[in-house]
Design a binder for this molecule. Structure first.
Ligand SMILES: *Cc1c(COP(=O)(O)O)cnc(C)c1O
Length: 382
């Protein structure tokens, strides 16, 4: 059996390696390292793929979130609602901009922001909601957008884990995640579903004025060279990373399909066990045929089982796994706040003890999946 890896970027690279090396060689010859033609071409190709009017490339996903919030003109003290169960980048940028993060609980089935909790958290100071399409599953965007409309709020989608996922609204409209809210942010960190070979990120919007604002903000607030109209940042996607992304973008749907197929095999092997909850979709939609989930992570909940002992058991069998995420954000030292009440975070507090993410990438084979699932079943028993 091939060695099992959490993410296998080397195998994924082999069919596109020659193409990437050729692009790298051209870039070295041209020395157009920053804002070169590769970056511009990638921007256009991603706009087409997502069906969004504007893509603004930037240096990483955290910057993308920060610049998106800067572009919306949010002011210190404005409240921004986001999920308690996610990667810290989301709440980090809210804090850095001196906005007030308001963390809310998530749904136990989708792991995504709980709509009732969002509604309860809205105050006259609330200015934005940041849904995270966690693990590659679209958040309930119909409900988020309806709440935003009712209360006149911005929606900033954290699409770092969801690129390529489709969201089907109740009226049947299908939209790519990240292109639904006022603005979307994504990351091209190597292990993301569309990853480059270093850091990278992008902001998406259909709003022409906002796109203009954001394009200057990523470049020191310059709209005309050496005229600084607003305080911006320096956040660029470089040409070498754009070349990698251009080679991979045409394969993104296939990559996501391979992840879904691996997920379906995990689920087929594990779903019959009473101590294991396999990931599923919201709104009663089928995860696999509904094309909703792009499985950035395949995350189980284990019930009545020592999750940390299972992690150890898998590691002893040379099976890597992850715990995303072991601590709720409201309990992280950097983000504690006396306004929070533990009773408002019952789902997140439970999930952090139960979740375990299995190896998930585009190169998993049946033998590996069989070994992983059997090793789990041997440990949890009936
Ligand atoms: C990866 C990730 C980010 C940050 O992206 P970077 O490119 O690493 O800065 C933000 N939010 C979520 C949910 C992520 O998974």
């Amino acid at each position: 059996m091939r060695k099992i890896q959490m993410v296998d970027l080397v195998s994924q690279m082999s069919p596109i390696r020659e193409q990437i090396e050729k692009s790298f060689s051209n870039i070295l010859d041209s020395a157009a390292f920053i804002n070169g033609p590769e970056v511009h071409a990638f921007q256009k190709e991603l706009e087409d793929y997502l069906g969004v009017k504007h893509v603004i490339p930037c240096a990483n996903g955290t910057d993308a979130l920060q610049i998106a919030m800067m572009g919306l003109g949010l002011k210190p003290g404005d409240e921004v609602i986001t999920a308690d169960f996610t990667f810290a980048a989301t709440v980090e940028v809210i804090g850095l901009l001196q906005l007030t993060p308001v963390l809310v609980d998530v749904d136990s089935v989708t792991f995504n922001i709980d709509i009732e909790a969002v509604e309860k958290a809205i105050t006259p100071r609330t200015k934005a909601i940041v849904p995270v399409h966690l693990f590659g599953m679209a958040a309930n965007m119909d409900a988020v957008m309806a709440l935003a409309k009712k209360h006149d709020l911005f929606v900033v989608e954290d699409n770092a884990q969801g690129i390529g996922a489709d969201y089907t609204s109740a009226d049947g409209t299908v939209t790519k995640t990240g292109a639904i809210g006022h603005v979307g942010a994504t990351s091209f960190f190597p292990s993301k579903n569309l990853g480059c070979y270093g850091d990278g990120g992008a902001i998406f919007t259909n709003d022409d004025d906002l796109a203009h604002t954001l394009r200057g903000m990523v470049n020191h607030g310059m709209y005309v060279r050496y005229h600084h109209d607003v305080i911006g940042v320096n956040s660029r996607l470089d040409s070498l990373q754009a070349a990698v992304l251009r080679a991979k973008l045409p394969h993104l749907d296939t990559y996501n399909q391979k992840r879904r197929e691996a997920a379906a095999k995990y689920t087929a092997a594990l779903s019959g066990n009473a101590k294991i909850v396999t990931p599923s979709a919201h709104n009663g939609l089928d995860v696999y045929s509904g094309n909703h989930h792009v499985f950035h992570q395949y995350t189980l909940r284990v019930l009545g089982t020592d999750r940390d002992a299972l992690v150890k058991h898998l590691q002893e069998n040379d099976i890597p796994c992850g715990v995303y995420y072991p601590i709720p954000l409201h309990a992280q030292k950097a983000y504690v706040d006396e306004r929070y009440n533990e009773a408002d975070f019952t789902v997140t507090n439970q999930l952090v003890k139960e979740v375990i993410s299995l190896p998930m990438h585009t190169e998993l084979d049946d033998e590996q999946i069989g070994f992983i699932t059997q090793t789990i079943l041997d440990f949890v028993g009936k």
